[in-house]
Write a protein that binds this ligand. Structure first.
Ligand code: DSN
Length: 413
């Protein structure tokens, strides 16, 4: 990686970047919302485009000198529209939270009722959490998973929607390991006269590859971050029907944001270009296969998974029977070079800082080239660790195994 200038000019920061490169290199990264971008995406983000102010949109900027920036942003828009068959796209949101905020502020009034699933059941902070702007500004009401299967129960969602008559329904998840049927959400929204928004941040890659149902035809608006399974730079996009285009664009700028991050938008354009290529579908197929194998490695060793398995990139481990909390599980896995994140399981009785679950997934290991056998082995290694958190000898053995796997699939060396 090219770091010669920073090495010479700012040793303090350079050293930490080097340490982070080494950490990423020597860690089996399983946080399902992370990924590793291509050098091309990094080059776009590290380019001179960071120097430019471009408030406004292509052809309508408040600053001069945007003739090339305009072309880049137009390419990003066209590519993402093609990926998701969208009528309109705004590629400027700096983050998923900002994208969701722009949608709510464009289509709702403060106090309007919104139906979503809450964070503790696999939703997101911006789906109505009391500490988030969404929960403070809007009247969020919740649907839940089925208590036995821990799956979405569309008839129960319909019942709540009919009772509550929300102005908007949000179909979006950050810890749901199964496929989502957006067409059923559409039927419910139509029956209740509600707007329908999908937040596909986690599963966008599988949708772009045609492996999961595309919600865009069914929804008024779709939001997604660009850095998860889509494997782009950190940021987000909003896709919507043409009739909402003006309102959404005006809410992103000048409503919420100022100058767009055009270097990031160029990175998004590059990532969308990569996602349009046939290799991207192969990557997503492999990611699904690896995740199934990792789940099998866990299940074969007696580890309990929320909903009993996975149909996407994500696995939610239920630690209840093991008698350990998510905090300690995450820490011990970290100590052997396996990076995960503690996460609530549906109907969790424990608090968010020490919930009863661990969330893992296959996006990064698949980008690195792990095979299905390696992924099964990772499932086995996690099982060993979770069942033997005090066994130093075994933990050291696992550490050696994770080292071997990391060396077998170098990231940057
Ligand atoms: N923080 C993201 C995740 O990890 O799922 C959601 O915003």
């Amino acid at each position: 990686m090219h770091l010669d200038n920073i090495r010479n000019s700012d040793m303090e920061i350079f050293e930490f970047i080097e340490k982070e490169i080494e950490r990423q290199e020597m860690t089996i990264e399983l946080i399902p919302s992370e990924n590793v971008v291509s050098y091309s995406v990094m080059e776009a983000q590290g380019s001179v485009l960071t120097n430019k102010y471009s408030e406004g949109y292509p052809g309508k900027r408040y600053y001069g000198g945007n003739q090339f920036i305009d072309e880049i942003e137009k390419i990003a828009i066209e590519r993402v529209k093609k990926l998701f068959s969208a009528e309109h796209a705004n590629v400027q949101p700096h983050s998923g939270s900002g994208a969701n905020m722009a949608v709510y502020m464009a289509l709702l009034s403060p106090g309007d009722k919104v139906l979503a699933i809450d964070l503790s059941q696999g939703g997101h902070l911006t789906h109505g959490h009391s500490l988030n702007f969404s929960g403070k500004l809007y009247n969020f009401v919740q649907y839940s998973l089925d208590e036995d299967s821990l799956l979405l129960d569309y008839s129960k969602i319909r019942d709540v929607a009919i009772k509550e008559k929300p102005k908007m329904i949000v179909a979006g998840f950050s810890a749901y390991p199964r496929e989502v049927d957006f067409s059923k959400f559409k039927d419910i929204a139509d029956e209740c006269g509600s707007l329908l928004m999908a937040d596909i941040s986690h599963i966008a890659g599988m949708i772009a590859a045609g492996l999961h149902q595309n919600p865009t035809p069914f929804c008024d608006v779709v939001t997604t971050t660009t850095h998860k399974t889509l494997r782009g730079p950190r940021g987000a996009v909003i896709l919507c029907k043409e009739k909402y285009a003006k309102d959404i664009d005006r809410m992103v700028f000048p409503g919420i944001q100022g100058g767009p991050l055009e270097h990031v938008i160029a990175g998004k354009a590059v990532a969308f270009g990569e996602a349009l290529k046939p290799q991207f579908k192969k990557y997503q197929e492999k990611l699904l296969e690896n995740n199934r194998e990792m789940a099998r490695g866990l299940l074969d060793n007696g580890i309990k998974l929320v909903s009993g398995g996975t149909e996407n990139h994500l696995i939610l481990i239920d630690l209840t029977d093991l008698g350990i909390g998510g905090k300690i599980a995450q820490e011990v896995l970290d100590s052997v070079g396996i990076c995960t994140n503690k996460n609530a399981i549906p109907f969790d009785k424990n608090p968010p800082m020490n919930p009863s679950g661990i969330r893992i997934g296959s996006p990064v290991i698949t980008t690195r080239g792990f095979s299905k056998e390696d992924s099964y082995l990772v499932g086995e290694l996690i099982s060993k660790v979770l069942k033997n958190i005090d066994n130093e000898t075994l933990l050291n053995e696992v550490k050696e195994e994770t080292k071997k796997l990391c060396l077998k699939y170098p990231l940057y060396k």
